[in-house]
Design a protein around this ligand. Structure first.
Ligand code: MLT
Length: 404
């Protein structure tokens, strides 16, 4: 008889955003007269920009003609897109990345969940606490995380790096040496970030102990401060210790169209084995490429017109960041994040538990956010709001929270 991958049975509860979705659906069903505003999952609300739409239309037309029709995409993604990424995301910042080091995918979530496959089963991971749940859950599924302890809300074989008010919501180098270190900056969920000299310390540390940093830079487009790096490769020596994951979701609104990429430098090695061909092998075997029309749409964001539109799009959400930050501050909330990131991290009033605050907000203000404890035990007593709503809904949500 078949058996199951019982690592899945070690996962507590359902995926955070599925749990929230179910709670909200139940509330809406019981209260059909209420208008619920969601500032929960970081899903965008603005439409795709006009150069992206134009590129989509013209790629669709290409698919309609035998002369221009495209079947499977090249393993690593179309060269036109990888060259645009190389030139605009890296060369423009003084970083030299080869097109063969860029792997186009259907999004940062898939890559951040799948990347652990190319590492040894006994590797020890270190994660921030609170953390984007995908990093931990994907390692649980592959048997790398040990056993879950419901009391501590932690897995036995995971190194947790608390990111609390005391650490300015940044991780500190752990006392136990990890093999893989997950870092996400600008950070999801706390909206905090890291300056270049601080990130350099992580790169130096990883090179010293032989660890690999998996750097999730999905929110880099929201950086406003000069000394905050957009890529880990801006740090000296990062190519021998870091993989970088990027997304088109949050900067260009591709949450529904799916596009991302991962950089695996050829110099990144475990002893003599380079990780780049391993990820290429994995990509070739398990993935047949993001659709041509989506890759063509992605390339459109790198045109002059596309760049200007993206700037405006991000500016739209940045206005929401300010509305949420200023509104909550004026209502007496302790808040952080929201300067270089589309997430605002707030302390719940009177140390109310995160899920209790979620219920209060949903029931009394009809506003949905994300409980901090859903991202890890150090998130208890915190709550995340996203700036990805519309201006109108964001303003209304903050007014409702102020009236609580
Ligand atoms: C979030 O809300 O944390 C993100 O939208 C989740 C994701 O990007 O997968």
């Amino acid at each position: 008889m078949f058996t199951v991958n019982d690592n899945y049975l070690k996962l507590p509860g359902s995926y955070l955003f599925s749990t929230i979705g179910k709670k909200v659906a139940a509330f809406k069903e019981a209260n059909p007269d209420k208008t619920v505003i969601s500032l929960g999952i970081g899903d965008v609300t603005r439409p795709l920009t006009s150069s992206v739409i134009k590129a989509l239309h013209s790629a669709v037309d290409e698919m309609a003609s035998a002369d221009t029709f495209k079947g499977y995409s090249p393993d690593l993604g179309y060269l036109f897109l990888r060259e645009a990424i190389r030139d605009n995301d890296y060369k423009s910042r003084g970083v030299d990345i080869d097109v063969d080091e860029i792997f186009v995918s259907d999004g940062a979530k898939s890559d951040s969940g799948n990347i652990q496959e190319i590492f040894g089963a006994d590797n020890k991971i270190a994660v921030c606490d609170p953390v984007y749940p995908v990093y931990v859950d994907s390692n649980v599924m592959s048997g790398r995380a040990g056993i879950y302890n419901p009391e501590t809300e932690r897995f036995s074989d995971v190194i947790y790096m608390p990111c609390t008010k005391d650490t300015n919501f940044a991780p500190e180098i752990p006392s136990e040496t990890p093999d893989i270190i997950y870092l996400c900056f600008p950070n999801n969920p706390t909206g905090s970030t890291i300056k270049k000299d601080e990130l350099q310390k992580w790169v130096d540390y990883a090179n010293k102990v032989g660890a690999c940093i998996i750097y999730d830079a999905a929110y880099e487009a929201f950086i406003t401060e000069d000394d905050v790096p957009h890529s880990i490769y801006e740090c000296e020596g990062a190519k021998t210790c870091a993989i970088e994951i990027r997304s088109f979701s949050k900067n260009a609104g591709f949450t529904g169209t799916r596009l991302g990429f991962t950089v695996v430098p050829k110099e990144l090695k475990s002893k003599d084995t380079s990780l780049n061909p391993l990820w290429a092998r994995r990509h070739g075997t398990k993935f047949n490429g993001a659709p041509y029309i989506i890759q063509a749409a992605g390339a459109a964001i790198y045109s002059d017109e596309g760049k200007a539109e993206i700037k405006e799009l991000i500016g739209y959400y940045q206005e929401n960041q300010k509305v949420i930050l200023d509104g909550l501050k004026s209502a007496g909330y302790e808040v952080s994040g929201g300067v270089n990131a589309p997430y605002i991290w707030l302390k719940t009033p009177d140390n109310v538990k995160s899920w209790d605050f979620f219920d209060t907000l949903l029931n009394e203000a009809n506003v949905v956010g994300t409980p901090g404890s859903g991202f890890g035990p150090s998130g208890e007593g915190y709550f995340r709001l996203t700036a990805f709503g519309t201006h109108e809904a964001t303003k209304e949500a903050i007014e409702r929270i102020k009236r609580l």
